[in-house]
Design a protein around this ligand. Structure first.
Ligand code: BTN
Length: 328
């Protein structure tokens, strides 16, 4: 973004309400048509700027882009989000984060994109990532813990995201679907994809990739009926920078506490309280086959506890759970 465009953005951000075209012209020494050109550029980049004749221009904070200038002033973290890389478009934020992590990026570095060409979901699925509406970001973590514990990270992220969404979306209750989805009214609003590089007893890095449907008004055909967005559920547009900053603010203390524990510790009761699958009849696809039964809760390390149809208890550390159709 060139200097004049960013000066106009700064003035609009700092204004309390409308800023007239005339004021911008005289402060910056440019013509009205030049102001208009820069406003159009900002709009193309994704900034929402209202133009009302006779009053001027007003920056709409609530639909702002999740750029570092918007997110960083809202952070209360020591490490998470202290370095932020923003891209209008990426293949995948997880892919970019992996490259940076291999090159030595520090823990807490966050990569954000306004859209992704090849957003990745779990099990090789695609994550639909249109521009101007949602959050797509990846956090680089370097937890000094045994690799066996790393499968708990999606649950920690889910707890942080759940706290944020629950506080922001009034009157609807979000639930955590083991191991890493957030649902509202049974529909998916957020997915988490953790990817990692480890040695036998050491994690080089973990990439916590998070996709949240924030202001998407229409759910694309492929995921219609199974996905939703925060704006659909709340009837309001929500601020992407605020949501992102809140998640990082919640995540850091949860993560720090977990680093010095041996299991999920105090987050277990929280995750159990909002566990979507608890008490439901499910089928879980695991690397070594499928198991079906009734979910009884979560284990101390975040395992899904399930009693199968023969009454045998299972403790499942990873897999993909679906609610059984006959139980619906
Ligand atoms: C899932 O539910 O399948 C996980 C979806 C994770 C999507 C996010 S969007 C940001 C990050 N970059 C990616 O390519 N994927 C994750």
């Amino acid at each position: 973004m060139n200097k004049l465009t960013s000066d106009i953005l700064d003035r609009l951000r700092g204004a309390d309400g409308f800023l007239s075209g005339g004021e911008l012209c005289s402060e910056l020494g440019i013509t009205r048509s030049a102001v208009w050109k820069h406003i159009s550029l900002l709009r193309k980049t994704g900034y929402s700027i209202e133009a009302v004749s006779g009053r001027g221009y007003r920056y709409n904070r609530s639909t702002g882009l999740p750029v570092p200038e918007e997110v960083m002033p809202l952070l209360s973290t020591a490490r998470l989000g202290r370095t932020i890389e923003f891209h209008e478009m990426l293949e995948s934020t997880n892919q970019r984060a992996k490259t940076l992590a291999r090159d030595g990026a520090l823990e807490g570095c966050v990569i954000i994109a306004d859209s992704q060409k090849s957003g990745r979901g779990r099990m090789g699925r695609q994550w639909i990532s249109p521009p101007g509406a949602n959050l797509y970001f990846s956090i680089i973590l370097r937890p000094p813990v045994p690799p066996l514990r790393l499968s708990q990270i999606p649950l920690l992220a889910a707890a942080a995201i759940h706290r944020t969404l629950d506080a922001m979306v009034d009157g609807v209750s979000a639930m955590v679907k083991w191991p890493n989805d957030i649902l509202i009214g049974g529909r998916k609003v957020c997915g988490i994809l953790c990817e990692m590089e480890t040695e036998a007893d050491l994690a080089h890095f973990v990439i916590a990739g998070i996709g949240i449907n924030v202001n998407m008004h229409e759910i694309p055909g492929d995921i219609e009926g199974i996905a939703t967005s925060m704006s659909i559920e709340s009837g309001n547009e929500l601020s992407r920078p605020e949501i992102l900053a809140d998640i990082l603010n919640h995540f850091e203390p949860i993560y720090d506490e977990w680093l010095v524990k041996e299991d999920l510790g105090d987050f277990l009761p929280y995750l159990e309280r909002y566990a979507w699958l608890k008490g439901k009849a499910v089928s879980v696809e695991r690397y070594n086959g499928r198991v079906t039964g009734m979910v009884t809760g979560l284990g101390r390390s975040g395992e899904l506890l399930l009693t199968d149809d023969d009454g045998k208890a299972h403790s499942i550390t990873s897999g993909e759970a679906t609610i059984r159709k006959e139980a619906l």
